[in-house]
Design a protein around this ligand. Sequence first.
Ligand SMILES: [Zn+2]
Length: 72
Amino acid sequence: MIVKIKCPKCETEGSLSFVESSYQGLYRCWKCRENFTIKIENNKLKSCEPISQEEFEKQQEIEAMRAKFKKG
Ligand SMILES: [Zn+2]
């Protein structure tokens, strides 16, 4: 499943593929490199909030940790 995400800053459209129909996490615009947290529900983009680089890195660490736990 691929969801298209339009960057609120530069309006460039990017796409992300997901295994599940809902997702909450990070998105980085490939063009302007702005960082966002996004929320997807039922294959639709519900929110897209800009976050700072610092916050982005923090969130990335949390996601990496979650991934480790999943692998077990
Ligand atoms: Zn952008």
